[in-house]
Ligand binder design. Structure first.
Ligand SMILES: [Zn+2]
Ligand SMILES: [Zn+2]
Length: 568
């Protein structure tokens, strides 16, 4: 007995020590990977040559934009966004978009996407967590979008826009309307020396006050309007859309923008926007004041189901023509009476029929507004571009120090206020207020919606961090990436070899499934990528040294250029 205990004890000590060494090793390997611009969480793909059947594993970067997730990928994302921002801000001719058909790359991505969708269904059927798969799918969706395909590849059911009378209720604000010029370019001005210039603007828009704050913390938390703060954040994206519509109407041209959504110290989101072209400061003030968005959603002020008394899902086999709805998979019913809750569409119809109905929420900007004119190529423009791209890599709710208890408590109160607010028509929280969410499915629990907006790191804003209008630069992110890569290769006198030298259409890309025994450990895979990055760097340095006419590339920019090349 004693011996057994001793052995057990010893084994415990050894394994603990071993674990420490392993943890350390992983940290060191990650540090090396970061220094070499290598993605920390590469996605392994098996690439099979359809002619020879030979297969190899290729690592795709995870493509994270948050520094807290993957610093090297975030750095590349930031650099690329800065390029995109710079190219569009002071364009002097209309951007031309090539409406080319889906390339092979896009088709490959969509195929891979389809496969993951299958695995997701498989995992869900087995009752396994689909979180990792969901993350991979979200990344793929972004890659597909980056590859120039627009919209949701699933082609969601119910995508047909409802022609609702509620649309009428979005009254147009009282603003001057100018004749539209068919251009996306700002107006040209002539300076005193006869020099022509085309100014653009940098605008900052904030939300209203919800109560007095000091150092980012409400002076009186009980009086701070958390519900309004939560709802404003949830609908902030729509408010920005309305602002752009109004801006274009007043400006009299198809103004283009590149904006980033950022956190304020008081944990409200606000917006920095680079706009191509200008309007007068007076016009802008008027536009900001007149812009609002009405949320015509069913009421959610009265809690109808909570605690253990929650609506129950009834599959349609049991209750036959329960609802007469599309697929008719089932519906949520009142747990006591068995009465079917109104579907999302029915709830909206009721709202329409009610002449007394008021919008659930109206969101507007606050009084604080800032606008600066910015000229192309000035240090001011550069600084603002860096600023716009910088926040992309930080999460909205991050940056609260561990010792900052008051702000952490403030953040927690906001998250609590967001917990039961419906984030979208599909939000599970609708059940709490007696309405079936749009596209309701079994397993929905109020307070447990997985929508982005409810997550503490997003402060109630579920949209994209960077908003670039379609005709900003006329290029997708992927095209910007390819352009940068091509430029580096040209400077170096190297030929473009395509995707790692692979002939397009000949290779089959498949994600390697977790648990595949042929897959080396992550540490080994990271070290291999580091070796590859170092080989590139050595190769570039050699080319630079050999060149008779060295390209304008310093040692320091070498690292950034290796980034472009290893990104592939
Ligand atoms: Zn990464
Ligand atoms: Zn939700």
């Amino acid at each position: 007995m004693g011996a057994l205990t001793d052995t057990g004890h010893e084994a415990g000590v050894v394994s603990r020590a071993l674990r420490t060494v392993q943890t350390l090793a992983t940290e060191v390997v990650e540090q090396i990977a970061i220094e070499n611009g290598v993605c920390l969480y590469p996605i392994p793909m098996r690439v099979t040559d359809t002619q020879s059947s030979a297969a190899e594993i290729v690592q795709l970067p995870c493509g994270a934009t948050l520094e807290s997730k993957c610093p090297p990928c975030a750095r590349r994302a930031r650099a690329l966004r800065a390029v995109q921002c710079r190219q569009g801000w002071h364009l002097e001719s209309e951007p031309v978009r090539d409406p080319a058909a889906a390339t092979d790359d896009q088709r490959d991505l969509v195929m891979v996407r389809a496969e993951w969708e299958g695995w997701r269904a498989e995992a869900a059927a087995l009752g396994e967590s689909t979180e990792a798969i969901d993350r991979a799918i979200a990344d793929l969706d972004e890659a597909i979008e980056g590859a120039g395909l627009r919209g949701d590849v699933r082609g969601r059911a119910g995508a047909v826009a409802r022609k609702r009378s509620t649309r009428r209720r979005q009254d147009a604000p009282d603003l001057p309307r100018r004749v539209m010029r068919r251009t996306t370019l700002g107006q040209m001005f002539t300076g005193s020396a006869g020099r022509a210039f085309r100014p653009s603007m940098f605008i900052t828009l904030t939300l209203p006050s919800y109560g007095r704050v000091r150092n980012g913390v409400p002076v009186d938390p009980a009086a701070y309007d958390y519900r309004r703060a939560a709802r404003d954040a949830l609908h902030f994206g729509k408010l920005v859309d309305r602002f752009v519509q109004n801006l274009r109407r007043v400006a009299g041209f198809d103004a283009q923008y590149f904006a980033s959504v950022e956190p304020q110290r008081r944990l409200a989101v606000h917006l920095h926007m680079a706009v191509r072209g200008t309007v007068s400061r007076a016009d802008l003030r008027q536009i900001v004041a007149a812009t609002y968005h009405q949320v015509w959603w069913p009421s959610c002020d009265e809690v109808r189901f909570s605690g253990d008394r929650l609506p129950a899902w009834v599959a349609s086999e049991d209750g036959a023509a329960l609802d007469g709805d599309l697929e008719g998979a089932g519906a949520y019913v009142d747990p006591c009476t068995g009465e079917v809750l109104p579907s999302w569409d029915e709830a909206l119809d009721r709202l329409d029929a009610d002449d007394e109905a008021a919008p659930l929420h109206v969101v507007r900007f606050g009084d604080q507004m800032d606008m600066q004119g910015v000229l192309a190529g000035t240090p001011d423009a550069d600084q603002r571009i860096r600023y716009l791209a910088k926040y992309l890599t930080k999460s909205l709710g991050g940056g609260i120090g561990a010792e900052d208890h008051e702000r952490a408590a403030h953040a927690a109160r906001l998250v609590e206020a967001l917990r039961y607010e419906p984030c979208s028509p599909r939000c599970a929280n609708w059940l709490r207020y007696g309405v079936q969410p749009k596209d309701a499915k079994p397993g929905m629990v109020p307070g447990r919606c997985r929508g982005k907006a409810h997550k503490p790191e997003n402060l109630g804003y579920g949209g994209r961090r960077v908003l670039a209008s379609r005709k900003w630069s006329g290029r997708s992110l992927r095209e910007h990436r390819q352009e940068r890569r091509a430029w580096v290769l040209e400077v170096l006198g190297l030929a473009e070899t395509g995707d790692g030298g692979r002939e397009v259409g000949r290779y089959l890309w498949r994600p390697v499934r977790a648990g595949d025994t042929s897959l080396p450990t992550r540490r080994v895979r990271l070290l291999r990528e580091v070796a590859r990055a170092q080989a590139w760097r050595a190769h570039l340095a050699e080319l630079l040294a050999r060149a008779n006419d060295p390209p304008p590339m310093s040692e320091s920019s070498l690292s950034g250029n290796v980034d472009v090349l290893i990104r592939g």
